[in-house]
Design a protein around this ligand. Structure first.
Ligand code: SF4
Ligand code: SF4
Length: 196
């Protein structure tokens, strides 16, 4: 019948419209900003930097390798590598970012920085309320604003954070085993030769 599709569509719209007054599952909107939909686990907006321990400055996982800076398609990451080094999560001395800025007004939330980081140091946040009349002052964010504890990441994306923790724990165990083996070799080499 001519127009059957249009009638079916209108019936569906009317069903949803009237149903939204009586059935919760027909409500497709919330009264934002008073109400907010809960975020799904893999929601992503802008990146943040993960740190371990209590102090963000000493605990930042980022070693300023600058891979994310090179790979970011719109080039909105700006990093300056430190001159000195500090111990990383494996106890190895590493550079750290003296400056780590992201221009969120340019970031397109592609997550490529996260994919390429070899140190589980940069992850995606779900924070989206960043509207501002002054994008230069508010949206060029620095490392102190980007730093979030691992506990925050664990709460935001529990599945991914557990996978990250497992990778880091494995690397830490490997590094410790290597250090133990090196120490044993050194002790053996320093021991006096057996007397006959
Ligand atoms: S999410 Fe994409 S655009 Fe944004 S900083 Fe990372 S790589 Fe760049
Ligand atoms: S966030 Fe990761 S990829 Fe980017 S500079 Fe730091 S360690 Fe390297």
């Amino acid at each position: 019948m001519l127009g059957e599709g249009i009638i079916k569509g209108m019936v569906e719209t009317a069903r949803n419209f009237l149903g939204s007054y009586v059935r919760e599952d027909r409500l497709t909107t919330v009264q934002y900003p008073e109400e907010r939909e809960p975020q799904i686990e893999n929601a992503r907006q802008f990146p943040f930097l993960v740190y371990d321990g209590e102090d963000w400055e000493t605990g930042l996982r980022c070693v300023a390798c600058q891979i994310c800076e090179k790979e970011c398609p719109p080039q909105c990451i700006y990093i300056v590598k430190s001159k000195d080094k500090k111990p990383d999560y494996k106890g190895q001395m590493q550079f750290y970012p003296a400056i780590f800025d992201i221009d969120l007004s340019v970031c397109m939330s592609c997550q490529i920085c996260v994919e390429v980081c070899p140190f589980e140091a940069i992850k995606m946040d779900t924070d989206y309320e960043w509207s501002t009349p002054d994008r230069f002052a508010a949206l060029l964010v620095h490392k102190d604003q980007l730093a979030r504890p691992n506990a925050y990441y664990q709460q935001l994306h529990p599945t991914d954070a557990a996978a990250s923790d497992a990778v880091l724990a494995q690397e830490r165990a490997r590094a410790q085993a290597k250090a133990r083996a090196a120490a044993e070799l050194k002790t053996k080499a320093a021991a006096p030769p057996p007397t006959s």
